[in-house]
Design a binder for this molecule. Structure first.
Ligand SMILES: [Mg+2]
Length: 302
């Protein structure tokens, strides 16, 4: 335990207590005010967006950057147009299409700290979580282990996400234009994220994007199995804006987005913000694939 009050390799962890299901649990706050945020590197996992940023720290052994021009698996504008033309509501995944959540507070470092927190409570679960660099995946593992532990992990993750988006920098290039164009075209716009609603709302407010969206749907608190790829958040979003789910499309940068959209009965536009994703999305049956959110703005504004 003593080591946990010291620098844990990436960020100092601060002891704190939370109440979960009537029990007081000691947790370790990842984002104390003295925390050093920028020592580490960017995740290449599903949760990260990874559009290029010159000053962005990078995880060891990962690839990043925009796909090269002319990637054969990118779809043509007419496919993008066809998908968007049919959609009465446009769902935006948050991390990737709208914000690079862990641009400056890298996901792999956050995952490591959440794993440390989990390990204190459950050694075997901590060992399993050590195999991923995706904070959301650590939360899933915690939930499979124990609801009270998962609640502590989720609270720590949510606090970290809020801090992360505050320093993440501007929206994804073209995101504001795409949100604006979707709204101006008369479509309902909903952000549907596996990140916390708190961090999504904070970022949207910070960058003046809230006026374009009808709803913001974050991960179901305490219910990680209901996150995408579960179709639940999309079905719920469609119900909230009173639009048939089959008249909706999701813009997402993860395989889980493709899976969730198809399971829900929606179409999906894969945002291939890393070179390997275009082929991945094509194989998964994405209805259109683009490497630039600005393309979506351009098509909607045409
Ligand atoms: Mg994403």
């Amino acid at each position: 335990m003593a080591a946990l009050s010291e620098d844990f390799g990436y960020y100092p962890i601060r002891p704190s207590k939370v109440v979960a299901q009537g029990k007081t649990i000691e947790i370790y706050d990842l984002v104390g005010k003295d925390t050093t945020l920028f020592h580490h590197s960017i995740n290449d996992g599903e949760s990260s967006s990874g559009h290029s940023r010159p000053d962005k720290p990078a995880c060891a052994s990962t690839a990043s950057g925009r796909p090269s021009e002319g990637t054969s698996t990118l779809t043509h504008d007419d496919q993008l147009s066809g998908v968007l033309e049919h959609a009465r509501v446009v769902f935006f995944d948050f991390d990737g299409p709208v914000c690079d959540v862990f641009a400056r507070l890298p996901a792999c470092g956050v995952a490591k700290q959440l794993t440390a927190l989990l390990s204190i409570q459950h050694e075997a679960a901590g060992a399993k979580a050590a195999e991923t660099d995706d904070p959301i995946e650590v939360l899933r593992i915690a939930h499979e282990t124990d609801a009270a532990i998962a609640q502590a992990v989720e609270q720590a993750l949510t606090a970290t996400e809020v801090e992360a988006v505050a320093v993440a920098g501007p929206p994804t290039p073209g995101a504001m234009e795409a949100l604006q164009a979707a709204r101006s075209s008369g479509r309902a716009v909903v952000v549907v994220s596996n990140n916390s609603a708190d961090c999504v709302q904070w970022f949207m407010e910070l960058h003046g994007l809230g006026k374009y969206v009808a709803r913001t749907i974050g991960r179901p608190s305490g219910e990680p199995p209901l996150m995408k790829p579960n179709p639940y958040p999309l079905i719920s979003a469609a119900e909230q804006v009173h639009v048939d789910i089959t008249l909706s499309t999701l813009i997402g940068d993860s395989l889980t987005d493709i899976q969730a959209a198809h399971a829900a009965g929606a179409t999906v536009i894969g945002y291939a913000n890393k070179p390997h994703k275009a082929a991945l999305f094509a194989e998964a049956g994405a209805d259109a694939i683009t490497d630039a959110i600005q393309d979506i703005a351009d098509v909607l504004a045409a």
